[in-house]
Design a protein around this ligand. Sequence first.
Ligand SMILES: Cc1cc2nc3c(=O)[nH]c(=O)nc-3n(C[C@H](O)[C@H](O)[C@H](O)COP(=O)(O)O)c2cc1C
Length: 198
Amino acid sequence: MKNFLDAVKNRRSIYGITNKSPIPDEKIIEIINTAVKHTPSAFNGQSQRVVVLFGDSHKKLWQIVENTLRKIVPEENFSSTKQKIGSFSAGYGTILYFDETNTTKSLQEQFPLYKDNFEVWAEHQNAMLQFVIWTALEDAGFGASLQHYNPLIDEEVKNTFQIPPSWRLIAQMPFGLPTSPAGEKEFLPLSERIIVKK
Ligand SMILES: Cc1cc2nc3c(=O)[nH]c(=O)nc-3n(C[C@H](O)[C@H](O)[C@H](O)COP(=O)(O)O)c2cc1C
């Protein structure tokens, strides 16, 4: 792993990806295992869950997205939608991010004082995990992006991949060997975003 802050700077949304990997699948799983184990969670509840899709399973996911959107996107706009979905499908794999909702419910019961916070924290801790995996994949030579076709695809994804009923889909992260660099990105002046007091 390069310097942590260099890896943070290098992580971008990469949309041009192919069905190739710079590292063996075991290394990808090692990245995911480390990230899932060590990313923090409120009260150490560990409600984050992931499903890693390779090969046919990865293709199947993007076919579900295409079939679902075909039913709701107007015909005249569908070719650009299909092209976009095809660019994710062209990748090497996809990571699905979930929250295990029974964990979140049980924490709400155990700690009624924080009841309203747990669903927010479920999102926070999931986002932390997404960021760790996104950054680590790009550090390993992949390009990745973050997508949100939930809740439209939830039921079909659950049935197709036999996902436990208590897992709630939060995000999808297609990844693959990058074919084009990230676009230009503008930054607000940090002086507008950070206050330092002594
Ligand atoms: C919470 C969150 C939700 C996002 N949702 C999407 C999304 O649904 N589709 C997408 O293409 N990018 C999505 N993005 C990517 C952002 O557009 C992107 O991170 C931002 O423009 C900065 O660009 P960068 O990732 O290259 O640094 C999301 C990012 C975050 C943090």
